[in-house]
Write a protein that binds this ligand. Structure first.
Ligand SMILES: NC(=O)c1ccc[n+]([C@@H]2O[C@H](COP(=O)([O-])OP(=O)(O)OC[C@H]3O[C@@H](n4cnc5c(N)ncnc54)[C@H](O)[C@@H]3O)[C@@H](O)[C@H]2O)c1
Length: 273
């Protein structure tokens, strides 16, 4: 239950044992680590991924069920939730984790980049919540986990569509929590910086310059999520320093922007070298 300060007073980890859990993008990286960790805590896990073989492999490992498909389309989300309900009965925890990095600059085109990144990084959460909320509100209980990014609180250089759609994901998570906490919805929003996954490996000079040094393992993200579930905390910050950057951005935006632009110039020097 949520107290007046918005903190959940009963540990949400208690409900993971035996819970029906869905993880999108669970075939690799952060999603796989979350699937493994929640299964180890006793959850029954449905593993979604675009890559059917990856979904099958993780599902077999966690003694769960694979539900491959595209979490970035309306049909994909509807089919996943129907398949998960068929296997689990109720979905107790939905981890909307799949994301895409696509698109680098201000010149990124509308259709193939901005729209696709918007569908995967933002609309996937909106569509899943639309399907799940009526049942959760009726039961007075449900947990929605959104993997956004520190880019959703700050920005990611070299990735305009990613930064914008992760801000939208974080804003949507906040809106859900603000609107439905008193009716039994618990929301966690995961906002890491660099995590050693394929996505980071593909992030080019910007990722190398900004994220690589402080990059962490996907398992640390899953640990941070479990800690936040135990404490009933909305923001999951596997890199604690993000809280300070976020505060600086809010209180001295120009200083923060000057720092970011300095980093941008370092990326450009690397690109020229
Ligand atoms: N790696 C990082 O540094 C980092 C940092 C902050 C946030 N994130 C976020 O974490 C989430 C997971 O990223 P990751 O680093 O584990 O990536 P990853 O590329 O290592 O793994 C993502 C998995 O999701 C699957 N996938 C991609 N698009 C999908 C779709 N439309 N439907 C279903 N499955 C899909 C991929 O096949 C892959 O198995 C993303 O939302 C990402 O934006 C990653």
């Amino acid at each position: 239950m949520a107290g007046l300060d918005g903190r959940v007073t009963v540990s949400n980890m208690e409900i993971v044992d035996g819970a029906g859990v869905v993880v999108t993008g669970g075939g690799g990286g952060i999603g796989r680590a979350i699937a493994r960790r929640l299964a180890a805590e006793g959850a029954r896990v449905v593993v979604n991924d675009l890559d059917p073989a990856a979904a099958e492999a993780v599902a077999a490992e966690v003694k769960g069920v694979a539900a491959p498909g595209d979490a970035g389309t309306a049909d994909g989300v509807a089919q996943l939730i129907a398949a998960a309900r068929a296997h689990l009965g109720e979905i107790d925890v939905y981890c909307s984790n799949a994301g895409t990095g696509g698109g680098t600059s201000a010149a990124a085109p509308d259709d193939h980049v901005w729209q696709r990144v918007w569908e995967v990084n933002t609309m996937a959460h909106v569509r899943a919540a639309r399907e799940l909320l009526p049942g959760w509100l009726e039961r007075g209980r449900g947990t929605f986990v959104i993997t956004a990014s520190a880019a959703g609180l700050l920005t990611m250089l070299g990735a305009a569509p990613y930064s914008v759609t992760k801000h939208a994901a974080e804003a949507y998570a906040e809106w859900l929590a603000a609107t439905y906490s008193h009716r039994g919805l618990t929301v966690h929003c995961i906002c890491p910086q660099g995590v050693r996954t394929q996505m980071l490996a593909d992030s080019g000079h910007a990722g190398e310059t900004v994220l690589m040094d402080a990059a962490i393992e996907p398992e640390q993200v899953a640990d941070a999520l479990c800690a936040a579930m135990t404490e009933g905390r909305f923001l999951v910050l596997p890199h604690p320093e993000v809280r300070d950057y976020y505060a600086l951005r809010a209180t001295d935006t120009d200083k923060w922007l000057r720092g970011m632009n300095k980093l941008q110039r370092r990326i450009e020097e690397k690109e020229k070298a």
